[in-house]
Design a protein around this ligand. Structure first.
Ligand SMILES: NC(=O)c1ccc[n+]([C@@H]2O[C@H](COP(=O)([O-])OP(=O)(O)OC[C@H]3O[C@@H](n4cnc5c(N)ncnc54)[C@H](O)[C@@H]3O)[C@@H](O)[C@H]2O)c1
Length: 430
């Protein structure tokens, strides 16, 4: 039985913790640490915790010494390293949310501390566990497409996702949340590039991008500042808060309605009142907020063996989508995660043929937006692998140990530097 304490009882930590309900014989939640009393009480009720198992912060928990095998750290981005360091020192193994650090210096500090205290950290790069990527990784490892030549990934962040998280939501400014949009959203995809390369180091990174659409000059003519209070064009607007939040009250609910957590089952009328409050960013026009993170960014990476890779993050798309295309010496694999299908293609030398292809349909449907925390089926598979690692089993091919997860983050930090300084960044220089 592996025991764990929830540190930062937000939406994400609760998803991983729910593995304990599915497998009570393997995993048990034995504590919570969160300054938010409401969330503390909610976890205590859900997992039958006593007051002496509830703590007001990671730091307070760490000061008690080790009282469980592990922690699930689901605090926000800029708290990951400061909250994890004392917990490592206290002797905990850690399941840590991404981005696990907000700078290259922090990433290295965490890595050094894990080594010093001989602790294991697994990063919540859930996409490695999504069957779509897992199945492709297995084929690449088995040599199905020969030597990798080039990898292309893209994430299309939909109009409702970008509005809820990167314009009106808590990742709207790097100086507030600690992360750039690339790191907050696409450190997963950069991790996949590094993972598919199986330990070959990324060497050079270049990146372009910016915030070019969600800014005042593109606001619809005559638009107001607050959708439900003073906007005469709200009913025709693609980013109307009413259409995004009230017409779809369950979409991104854990972000949009976080301010109503004190009310059990808020009514639609209470939600509408909340959307009329001027101190609520979800009431605001998306073109007139103080967001400063990019709405597009392209990254180009060269690995030590000459493999090139690109990632494109594009925000405001009609359909949410993650795309992957890996080109090898003998064939290629191409697919869209949200379709739950990919195609394996090979050179075909037979007269009258050019290539042959097979479509693999994984038949996983339901959570196509990612809004409900599924990540193509990755979330709970990752929790299961964390438990398995702590049980002493051999790491799986997905296993996101810190050692194996650092390269993707380094690519992201270099990409942001490259974009900001308009230059090629060598990983050896940072
Ligand atoms: N793996 C993924 O695909 C994925 C998806 C979405 C978000 N995330 C990441 O998950 C993390 C958590 O996001 P969320 O929306 O669940 O967060 P959240 O804001 O809902 O929860 C964070 C919790 O941490 C608590 N907290 C603050 N200081 C603390 C401290 N010192 N000790 C203990 N607890 C403390 C807060 O009170 C809050 O309850 C973020 O870093 C986010 O980027 C990951």
């Amino acid at each position: 039985m592996i025991t764990s304490i929830i540190v930062g009882a937000g939406h994400r930590a609760m998803v991983y913790a729910s593995y304990a309900k599915l497998h009570p014989d393997k995993f048990k939640i034995v504590g919570v640490a969160d300054p938010n009393k409401l969330r503390q009480e909610m976890v205590a009720k859900e997992y039958g915790l006593t007051p002496d198992q509830c703590f007001n912060s990671a730091e307070e928990l760490a000061a008690k010494g080790k009282i469980a095998d592990s922690v699930i750290n689901g605090t926000m981005d800029r708290q990951h390293v400061p909250t994890t360091l004392p917990l490592l020192k206290a002797g905990y193994d850690v399941l840590l949310e991404k981005p696990f650090a907000i700078s290259e210096a922090e990433a290295r500090e965490l890595h050094a501390a894990a080594q010093k205290y001989h602790r294991r950290i697994m990063i919540c790069h859930v996409l490695r566990y999504a069957p779509f990527y897992y199945e492709i990784k297995q084929r690449v490892l088995a040599g199905a497409i020969g030597r990798i030549i080039n990898i292309q990934t893209a994430e299309h962040v939909s109009y409702h996702h970008v509005a809820s998280c990167f314009i009106r939501g808590k990742w709207h400014r790097k100086d507030v949340c600690g992360s750039s949009a690339l790191m907050a959203k696409c450190c997963h995809d950069l991790d996949l590039l590094a993972w598919f390369m199986s330990g070959i180091s990324p060497e050079k990174v270049v990146s372009f991008g910016g915030l070019h659409y969600f800014c005042r000059k593109y606001a619809p003519e005559n638009s107001g500042e607050y959708c439900l209070l003073d906007c005469p064009v709200e009913k025709d607007c693609l980013y109307s808060a009413r259409k995004h939040c009230l017409d779809h009250p369950d979409r991104w609910a854990f972000y949009v309605w976080a301010g109503l957590e004190n009310i059990e089952n808020p009514t639609l009328q209470q939600k509408e009142e909340f959307l009329k409050r001027k101190d609520n960013p979800y009431s605001r026009c998306v073109w007139k907020l103080d967001n400063n993170v990019v709405d597009r960014q392209s990254v180009l990476v060269e690995f030590a063996d000459g493999v090139t890779a690109t990632h494109n993050m594009v925000c405001g798309t009609s359909r949410p989508m993650r795309k992957l295309h890996i080109i090898g010496s003998h064939g290629e694999i191409q697919g869209i995660m949200d379709d739950s299908k990919f195609t394996v293609r090979h050179i075909d030398l037979r007269p009258g043929h050019e290539y042959s292809e097979t479509e693999i349909d994984l038949n996983i449907h339901g959570d196509t937006t990612g809004a409900f925390g599924g990540h193509g089926g990755g979330d709970l598979r990752l929790a299961a692998d964390f438990v398995s690692l702590l049980e002493g089993n051999k790491p799986s091919i997905s296993c996101t140990t810190l050692d194996d997860s650092i390269n993707g983050h380094l690519i992201g930090f270099c990409a942001d530097q490259s974009m900001e300084q308009n230059r090629i960044v060598n990983l050896s220089d940072i």
